[in-house]
Design a protein around this ligand. Sequence first.
Ligand code: 6GU
Length: 227
Amino acid sequence: MKIDVITIFPEYLAPLSLSLLGKAQSSGIVDIKVHNLRDFTNDNHNTVDDTPYGGGAGMVMLPEVWAQAIDSVIQDGAEIIILTPAGKRFNQKIAAGFSSSTQLIFACGRYEGIDDRIRQYYSQPEFQARNIKVHEASIGDYVLGGGEVAAMVMIEAITRLIPGVLGNPDSLTEESHNAEGYLEYPIFTKPQEWRGISVPEILLSGNHAEIAKWRTQQAQKRAKDNF
Ligand code: 6GU
């Protein structure tokens, strides 16, 4: 999978070369490139934004600069993901869908966002014919300073679902037994008693059917208590 992240703060994305993702890149499973939007400006001030038509607070990112950047990386089959708090809420199911894509392009908006014509332009029939799709995505109901952290969240959630990225693929099958993707039971390791708190007796019983039943109950209880 090819992943291109376009941002005015490339340094923000440095953690992408650490840990599992760093390994997945060295082994060639994913190829992540971070691009500086300002490299695609055409004026001396490297301008990326201007005031909004119709008035209002803040600045809007210029469509031509974004198109230059996207055009420099786009391939047939690409999923263009525009990060905006107004986008569709990202979840595990969406992550699974994107995990089989050949190219993901993350457009990290700042300020009040990217001129809407970028979404419109890449949604046109000529791009549809190339299997290129545009999405607007949000990671939750709160406002971040920009899409960079949201892109990292999505990249981590998506890439760990690609075969070969996780050290132990069993971690994935365990998760997928839960319809909502990640509703887990509480877990314990050694020692059996720690600072006066004991591991639940059932987990020491060796009765796998009873343990599975307990874990399901606990996971359901957790899911209910969380909301
Ligand atoms: Cl994708 N961007 C911004 N700026 N804020 C967010 C978000 C994205 N998702 C949740 N909050």
